[in-house]
Ligand binder design. Structure first.
Ligand code: SF4
Length: 306
């Protein structure tokens, strides 16, 4: 017999269109169903506050797999959303990677269920394929915009990286001095990502150069369960103040450029949340340094301090 529960359903933006269908399905089973409509970008972002507020028995998170271990009072069920790709269409990639024998194969959770089929396609075509699970991206070959640790394990064994998936949000996190080829299984277009990665690196250098002229820093601390990093925020504040900078720690669930810019004086932001926020620095109108980049800034400052 099905245990009747109060459910909160949570969808990432691309899957919110499924809300009615899933609500109807759970209601047919007799459950009391609510939908979280707050923006959701990843499994780092579980709607615990809303779930507690409505006294939900369970949060059902669609589209992602487990990201954080939590001992929360709210039970979480993850329902990944898998999309089949046409494996034969991978032939399009072969021309671009003809000079590379050893390749790293990476993809998103939407396609990890076909990992073996994709791997076998490349191996039948003469490639040696490498892939490992990462820390948060827990499936073999899976990457996230914040986790390429699986790829790091095998990067020395390969000459190129092949990413299968839609968009460049995830592969832009790949920063290993190896060519990255992105195959979009929907448009069937292959893209060499080297130029985009180079642009990101230049933007990072530009952000450091600008930060060197700034005196007032805002440290972004997210309340999203998988993004919150109070230790990093405290460390950044201590280290910035030690070097004579003024700092303020900004706490929010969603980092909103307008709300942040209403604190008129902030010249530079330090990001302790989702590392992809720093890709959006134009929206904030000021440099955004992830913690690794802040460390680079400190190296430059300290080297120039007598
Ligand atoms: S890349 Fe950002 S949004 Fe995606 S899982 Fe990681 S922290 Fe969350």
């Amino acid at each position: 017999m099905v245990e009747i529960m109060r459910l909160l359903l949570q969808f990432p933006e691309g899957l919110k269109k499924k809300a009615f269908e899933m609500k109807n399905q759970y209601e047919k089973e007799g459950h009391d169903v609510f939908i979280s409509v707050s923006p959701c970008y990843g499994a780092c972002d579980l709607a615990f506050d809303e779930a507690r507020h409505i006294k939900a028995d369970k949060l059902i998170h669609f589209g992602h797999n487990r990201f954080v271990n939590t001992d929360s009072d709210i039970v979480v069920e993850y329902i990944p959303y898998h999309i089949d790709i046409d494996i034969k269409s991978l032939e399009k990639v072969l021309k671009d990677i003809k000079d590379y024998k050893n390749i790293a194969l990476v993809t998103t959770i939407q396609h990890t269920h076909q990992f073996e089929g994709i791997r076998s396609f490349f191996e039948k075509n003469g490639k040696q394929v490498f892939a490992e699970p990462g820390e948060h991206a827990i499936e073999r070959g899976q990457v996230l915009g914040c986790d390429t640790s699986g790829l790091r394990k095998i990067i020395d064994k390969v000459e190129a990286v092949v990413f299968i998936g839609d968009g460049i949000f995830h592969p832009l996190a790949i920063d290993f001095e190896k060519p990255v080829f992105v195959f979009n299984p929907y448009s069937k277009i292959v893209k060499n990502l080297s130029a985009d990665i180079e642009t990101l690196k230049k933007r990072k250098k530009g952000a450091i150069a600008k930060a060197l002229t700034c005196k007032k820093f805002g440290i972004m601390l997210s309340t999203k369960i998988g993004q919150t990093n109070i230790k990093a925020a405290e460390w950044a504040k201590k280290e910035l103040e030690k070097r004579g900078f003024e700092c303020i720690t900004l706490v929010a669930n969603e980092m909103d450029p307008m709300a942040i810019n209403n604190l008129m004086d902030i010249e530079c932001l330090v990001n302790t949340a989702c590392p992809r926020i720093s890709d959006d620095q134009e929206k904030f109108g000021k440099p955004i340094l992830n913690i690794g980049v802040l460390k680079e800034l400190f190296l430059i400052i300290d080297a120039n301090t007598v």
